[in-house]
Design a protein around this ligand. Structure first.
Ligand code: MN
Ligand code: MN
Length: 303
């Protein structure tokens, strides 16, 4: 079958209904009702899958050959309730509880960033509080948005309150843009998070940062949450809340490749909004970053 033919599963992998027997799986969460500004991430999983069809199984930069050692499939999408954010949180949490019961590592196609909260609830229920590598233009630690405690700008505030994170092992990378108040970033620092502002790493390789992060996190179960808006809108403009002056694509690759060696227990790639992605380039980037996450998982050998 030519790569443009057939059903557009992630990387043209088999679509299966259960995580039983899988080491890792791609799964979509087509949710955008937690979004504060431009919507459209409900179409993210489908477009990421479409753009993933060109991705081949071997990583020519790192030598990673994930399919040599891992059983991987596409689980399709979580059937969220698009009229109820609260019900969707429960549906997502239950889904990931079930997935993790099979010792499968999820690679999640978002969806807006609200989905990280129910996923982290499932992660912490299985592993205890997890370390976190969080790439984003935004810290997503608001207490409320329009009075709501559940939204795409609040998941990591709730995660701290619910003791889902090992706060001394949380790294937020790529933060920037305008804020609501001068002290917006004080709260996460007070929790023990390490914040890496985008402007602090302009023009720099992030490989040395990742060496320090790996040493600091050690073998603690670690979750990788990657908001595509961490990357500059020149490369990833198809998203809901773009901020100028962001990370480059090579820096994003250094972050994900630099997670190899961590005890990764799950990853997500969120906030791709196809209606604002007229070239498809943002979804193409998201698809490739998800492949890089697969290549960074424990048990994936590099040449
Ligand atoms: Mn975010
Ligand atoms: Mn963001």
């Amino acid at each position: 079958m030519p790569r443009f033919g057939g059903i557009a599963s992630m990387m043209r992998l088999p679509v299966v209904g259960s995580a039983h027997g899988l080491d890792a799986a791609f799964v979509g969460v087509p949710l955008d009702i937690g979004t504060s500004h431009r919507p459209g991430t409900r179409f993210g999983p489908r477009e990421i899958r479409s753009q993933s069809s060109l991705i081949r199984p071997y990583n020519m930069a790192t030598g990673a050959a994930p399919f040599d050692t891992l059983q991987v499939a596409d689980l399709g999408d979580v059937s969220i309730n698009t009229y109820s954010l609260d019900k969707s949180m429960r549906i997502i949490n239950d889904y990931f509880d079930e997935l993790l019961a099979h010792d499968c590592i999820p690679l999640t196609l978002g969806g807006d960033h609200t989905i990280a909260l129910p996923i982290l609830r499932a992660m912490a229920a299985k592993h205890g509080p997890v370390a976190l590598v969080h790439v984003d233009a935004h810290a997503d630690v608001n207490d409320t948005m329009f009075g709501e405690r559940i939204a795409h700008g609040t998941p990591f505030r709730r995660a701290v309150e619910e003791n889902l994170l090992d706060c001394k092992k949380v790294f937020q990378i790529g933060l920037r843009g305008s804020g609501y108040a001068r002290d917006d970033f004080d709260w996460p620092r007070e929790q023990g998070f390490t914040l890496v502002m985008a402007h602090e790493v302009w023009y720099q390789s992030l490989a040395p940062l990742m060496v320090r992060i790996r040493a600091h996190i050690g073998n603690t179960p670690c979750y990788l949450s990657f908001d595509i808006d961490g990357i500059d809108p020149a490369y990833a403009g198809g998203t809901g809340t773009p901020e100028i002056g962001g990370l480059s694509v090579p820096q994003a690759l250094e972050i994900i490749r630099g997670c190899h060696g961590l005890n990764l227990v799950g990853c997500d790639l969120v906030e791709v909004s196809p209606p604002y992605d007229l070239s498809g380039n943002t979804a193409l980037l998201g698809a490739n970053l998800l492949f890089e996450m697969l290549c960074a998982l424990p048990g994936v050998a590099r040449r």
